[in-house]
Design a protein around this ligand. Structure first.
Ligand code: MG
Length: 159
């Protein structure tokens, strides 16, 4: 089934409950999207940095899977995340499943956090991962353009 529906939706990364993910959902790793998720409005917020630090302290493995070729290196250094896949071709399953292998985790132990319903949420759901949507209220919710993009890649029915 093709699903663009995330398991959870938040306005900011800092709103995500790590305790719930770890203790209730058994999550052991996080895969982040970069643009519009970690790197938001051309900056890395201090609350995002704090979230990553706390997540690491709680034992979560953390990686980035981005469709972009270029990621801001200063931001990557500040985040101190070493497992990175650029130019990933999300929403294909492969970049997510390859990353699960690199993280040495089963897909169902990983939460994907991203701001795009197609590349991140559809991709995570197809890969059997726990999908968390970061919704930029200045952006869009589910515009016509999203459905049009889906048609372009041959997907007609979505739930
Ligand atoms: Mg993004």
């Amino acid at each position: 089934m093709i699903s663009l529906v995330p398991k959870e939706t938040y306005q900011r990364i800092a709103d995500i409950s790590l305790n719930y993910l770890i203790n209730d959902k058994g999550i052991k790793g996080l895969i982040f999207d970069f643009d519009g998720t970690l790197w938001f409005h051309r900056e890395l917020s201090s609350e995002t940095l704090d979230f990553i630090k706390i997540a690491k302290k709680q034992g979560l493995k953390i990686s980035i899977v981005s469709n972009n070729i270029y990621l801001n290196n200063n931001a990557i250094d500040d985040l101190n995340i070493s497992i990175i896949k650029k130019f990933a071709f999300k929403p294909l399953r492969k970049p997510f499943l390859d990353m699960a292998k690199r993280m040495k985790l089963k897909p169902d132990k990983i939460a994907v956090i991203g701001n795009n319903r197609i590349s991140d949420i559809l991709g995570a759901n197809r890969a059997g991962m726990y999908s968390i949507y970061i919704q930029d209220l200045n952006g869009f919710f589910f515009r016509k353009s999203t459905r049009n993009k889906l048609k372009e890649i041959g997907i007609k029915k979505v739930d």
